[in-house]
Write a protein that binds this ligand. Structure first.
Ligand code: GLN
Length: 258
């Protein structure tokens, strides 16, 4: 849907088709007020998803607010890949590191069976949002407040999935103004954007069972740098790199070497 359609379907509580079929419907005062305040916010570059308080991901509705990154369509590739690997073998426990809105963990729980899913985040408000999204979709995930692995006790994950912050610090203010509304904590990947990959790849082997999987979303142009980090660690084999809808390298699948 276009942003206008998103706004009007929300205000009128109808679907897209009804919007076009009921063309003579007049807006009442409250509806006009909602739309005009939404427009004022949107003009200041606030993302429509924050204005509406929700977005769609993997065909599911997710509550979002300024404590969490707005789920991106590219991340669906990470989830689809995780589901595929989870189907391949009998799976144990999975960790979604830096869960934010919980979009990855909740979709995994929704579309796979027999998975136990832990979802961690450094932000308490993000975890609250992830918890609300899990309840809204009727799935149980274990929420853990942790700076990456620091507070995690389980050490035998079958898979760790993460979409870590990966934008270069200096780039953040220069990109689209909408990004200023998203938490820096969810975007800032340090000077070269790779800080979190370095930490995750260094620490993940201690939390994965042998031959366990590490699936990471990566940003534009980051593949060579990340391959180097993996190579340097000597603890993983890269099993595949998956491209997104724009033919850009988007997901790295690595397996812990025994
Ligand atoms: N896991 C969440 C997502 O993919 C949050 C990621 C983040 O904040 N970097 O949307």
């Amino acid at each position: 849907m276009t942003e206008t359609e998103l706004l009007f379907t929300r205000v009128l509580g109808c679907d897209r088709m009804a919007l076009y079929l009921n063309k003579d419907r007049r807006l009442n005062r409250d509806e006009v007020n909602f739309i005009s305040s939404a427009l004022k916010r949107r003009i200041k570059s606030e993302p429509i998803q924050y204005i509406l308080g929700k977005t769609e991901f993997m065909g599911l509705e997710f509550k979002v607010n300024e404590a969490v990154l707005i789920p991106r369509p590219e991340t669906e590739i990470l989830v689809a890949t995780a589901i595929e690997y989870a189907k391949r073998e009998k799976f144990g426990r999975i960790l979604d590191l830096g869960t934010g809105s919980g979009c990855i963990a909740v979709s995994l729980a929704k579309y796979s069976t027999d998975l136990e899913i832990d979802a961690s985040d450094i932000s308490g408000r993000a975890l609250e949002t992830a918890g609300e999204n899990a309840s809204a979709h009727g799935v149980g995930i274990n929420l853990i407040r942790s700076d990456l692995f620091s507070a995690l006790g389980y050490k035998e994950y079958a898979m760790i999935v993460s979409n870590p912050p990966y934008i270069m610090s200096a780039e953040i203010g220069k990109l689209q103004p909408e990004l200023n509304y998203e938490p820096a904590l969810a975007l800032d990947g340090g000077a070269d954007g790779l800080d979190f990959y370095r930490r995750i790849i260094r620490e993940a082997p201690d939390y994965l069972k042998n031959s366990g999987w590490l699936l990471l979303e990566i940003g534009f142009g980051q593949k060579p740098g990340i391959e180097k980090i993996f190579l340097g660690s000597g603890r993983f084999e890269i099993a595949g790199i998956i491209k997104d809808y724009n033919n850009l390298d988007r997901v790295v699948v690595a397996r812990k070497a025994d």
